[in-house]
Design a protein around this ligand. Structure first.
Ligand SMILES: *[C@@H]1O[C@H](CO)[C@@H](O)[C@H](O)[C@H]1NC(C)=O
Ligand SMILES: *[C@@H]1O[C@H](CO)[C@@H](O)[C@H](O)[C@H]1NC(C)=O
Ligand SMILES: *[C@@H]1O[C@H](CO)[C@@H](O)[C@H](O)[C@H]1NC(C)=O
Ligand SMILES: *[C@@H]1O[C@H](CO)[C@@H](O)[C@H](O)[C@H]1NC(C)=O
Ligand SMILES: *[C@@H]1O[C@H](CO)[C@@H](O)[C@H](O)[C@H]1NC(C)=O
Ligand SMILES: [Cu+2]
Length: 589
């Protein structure tokens, strides 16, 4: 019942500490490491600065306290491996989030005030055991220096539980869908089949797609496309939304399985690269083949359903049709798909049977609607030949089930942070197969322990189009092999807001580049174009900049894409790049 709005903001271009040139941890390639405990269950996570991860839970009885009530948010500092409880003010249960073009993070929507066991509180204005008033919106400034906290915004969003947020090409936010009260799936009495904007552009707009796609249209799967339209996928339906005039265009029906929550497929926009002319292809894998009527059929045993193996992709600006992609080696619900700097998609978390969500149904495992967790991650390589894209080669397994309400996030050093799992109405640890999980792991991809390139010349702000810039590499940066400059790329990654098997806003954009070398072949130079001259390819706002030499990434540094302000972004003519050459013109370093 309580829609709300939390904000967080930071200046992407200021660094309060030296960026490391090598990884923070000594983990082993392909392995998980237990790095500590979160203070709260990590239902939602995002990287606020290169050194701070913000973690948000729902209101529940976490032993960590803040302002004499349980905490349900925290700030995790990567460099010191320390945690600080934060006061998230309102009930952030199943909220959505994303980052505005000026670097301010929003956390929008959530649940009404509750008391023990997730039961609705008598009063919505605070007090009670959890003191979680109906806040609707709050604002956080997660700066590296000083004390940063969540604060309430003065803007009132419409009531939304399970909304999706996507940043638009002018750095403003579209806030889509959700329901008013909550529950396992949506229904007509509480559906909120609308979208609205922040900053507000007036009353919410009705989406026919969201009225037709009950009951599995919570957290509608949404991506801003390079054409400026949005791909929206809910239940079995897919549309293009032109939010500028409200036009919806129907595309192919989703094959094989429901991909939205609670079927919760792994989903991701594949890397946008010069080779594909920054054309967006979206990949959907797993989920569950459950018919619309089965979701609410009391005789249908959700937890016994085998999750789907099906993978499909669509290139919506080019074709309305889904194509089958290499299937998952085993069915999976609640996979997290994380874009790594080497261009692969890392797949972790989830289970072989059942779905996301929790409840008291007799067939639930404890309160979990899923069972048979996956412990071994996978990697998907979109550039590999069909039939060979999935692999778990060289990956060890975790011992920790990551069920409903777990999350995953790329870190600047290229590790993946994995936390959460809590298919329970309230904090529960005793004698449960799937308790409230605080253990936090890092996964170290294949490149992790390699000596990382330490490039010089990465700007702190990038424009759409404009002049190219040069990044310099020593022979050591190039792995001792000068010709590796020809296997070097510059990439932007926005890790996104991780929750419910999605990373809202997650995106990978490779910049156009060309290369040259010093006369004596002791140094390499990558001449890099600015962001392509189209803010719909990657919306303005902060992102990580990596250079990747022969699949080994540098440590990511935070850059601001665009003006750092909301509003129409300036688009400049693209300076053409010279042809690549291994015999250069004599820049010296
Ligand atoms: C970003 O814009 C929003 C909306 O106008 C505003 O509330 C917020 O304070 C801005 N953040 C920064 C860092 O300027
Ligand atoms: C909506 O706007 C797009 C351009 O943004 C245009 O192509 C389309 O025809 C418009 N649709 C309607 C119904 O006006
Ligand atoms: C999905 O389930 C329906 C029956 O509910 C069945 O007809 C269909 O073949 C299934 N699809 C797949 C890909 O298993
Ligand atoms: C790449 O995309 C742009 C924008 O859609 C288009 O103008 C251009 O012709 C495309 N280039 C190629 C080589 O397809
Ligand atoms: C992905 O596959 C392509 C084509 O086989 C290969 O060149 C590239 O190195 C692979 N990426 C990684 C990270 O292994
Ligand atoms: Cu949830």
């Amino acid at each position: 019942m309580m829609p709300f709005f939390l904000y967080a903001s930071f200046l992407a271009v200021s660094f309060a500490y030296d960026i490391p040139t090598q990884p923070l941890k000594k983990g082993l390639d392909g392995q998980f490491e237990l790095v500590g405990n979160t203070l709260i269950s990590a239902q939602q996570m995002f990287l606020g600065t290169t050194d701070k991860v913000y973690i948000v839970d729902k209101v529940e009885n976490n032993p960590s306290r803040v302002k004499s009530h349980p905490a349900w948010a925290e700030e995790y500092t990567l460099s010191s491996n320390t945690h600080r409880a934060m006061d998230a003010i309102t009930n952030t249960f199943c909220a959505g989030g994303n980052v505005l073009g000026n670097g301010t993070w929003l956390n929008v929507g959530g649940n009404q005030a509750v008391t023990y066991g997730g039961v609705q509180a008598e009063t919505q204005i605070g007090g009670g055991p959890y003191d979680d008033p109906d806040g609707r919106k709050s604002m956080l400034d997660p700066c590296d220096n000083g004390h940063c906290d969540w604060t309430l915004s003065s803007f009132q969003a419409d009531q939304r539980w399970y909304p999706t947020l996507e940043t638009l090409e002018d750095g403003t936010m579209i806030i889509i869908g959700g329901c008013r009260w909550g529950g396992y799936v949506n229904d007509a009495q509480q559906n909120n089949p609308t979208y609205e904007f922040f900053p507000t552009r007036g009353k919410p707009v009705i989406s026919p797609h969201l009225t037709r796609t009950l009951p599995t249209n919570l957290y509608p799967l949404t991506w801003l496309l390079p054409s400026g339209r949005l791909l929206l996928q809910s239940n079995w339906e897919t549309i293009l939304l032109d939010y500028k005039n409200g036009t919806e265009t129907l595309l192919d029906a989703m094959p094989d399985a429901v991909r939205t929550y609670p079927a919760s497929a792994g989903t991701v926009m594949l890397p946008l690269t010069p080779a594909n002319n920054w054309t967006a292809t979206i990949l959907f894998c797993g989920g569950s083949n459950i018919s619309t009527w089965q979701w609410t059929d009391p005789a249908f045993v959700i937890v016994g359903q085998r999750a789907s193996q099906s993978c499909v992709n669509i290139t919506p600006d080019v074709s309305p049709n889904y194509e089958h992609d290499d299937p998952l080696p085993e069915g999976r619900s609640m996979a997290n798909f994380i874009l790594l700097p080497d261009g692969t998609v890392f797949c972790t978390n989830g289970a072989r049977t059942g779905t996301a969500g929790y409840g008291y149904n007799p067939w639930a495992v404890g309160m979990s609607y899923a069972d048979d967790p996956h412990f071994t991650p996978l990697a998907y390589n979109a550039s590999a030949a069909p039939g060979t894209r999935w692999s778990s080669q060289g990956f060890s397994s975790t011992k920790i089930p990551r069920m409903y309400h777990s999350s995953a996030l790329l870190l600047p050093d290229g590790a993946v942070m994995i936390a959460g799992s809590n298919p329970n109405a309230d904090y529960s640890v005793a004698d449960l197969k799937y308790p409230t999980e605080y253990r936090m792991e890092f996964f170290y991809p294949a490149y992790y322990t390699h000596r990382r390139p330490q490039p010089r010349g990465i700007p702190s702000q990038l424009s759409y189009g404009g002049s190219s810039f040069t990044i310099a590499f020593t022979l050591d940066d190039l792995g001792g092999e000068i010709t590796n400059i020809a296997k070097t790329k510059a990439v932007l990654i926005r890790p996104g807001f991780s929750t419910h098997s999605m990373n809202m806003g997650q995106r990978y954009v490779e910049l156009e580049s060309t290369y040259s070398t010093s006369d004596d072949n002791s140094a390499g130079f990558l001449r890099v174009s600015q962001v392509p001259p189209n803010p719909s390819i990657i919306a303005p706002g902060p992102a990580l900049f990596f250079v990747v030499v022969n699949n080994i990434p540098s440590i990511g540094v935070q850059v601001m894409i665009g003006s750092g302000q909301l509003g129409t972004q300036k688009v400049l003519p693209v300076e053409p790049l010279p042809a690549p050459s291994l015999r250069n013109i004599g820049i010296s370093i």
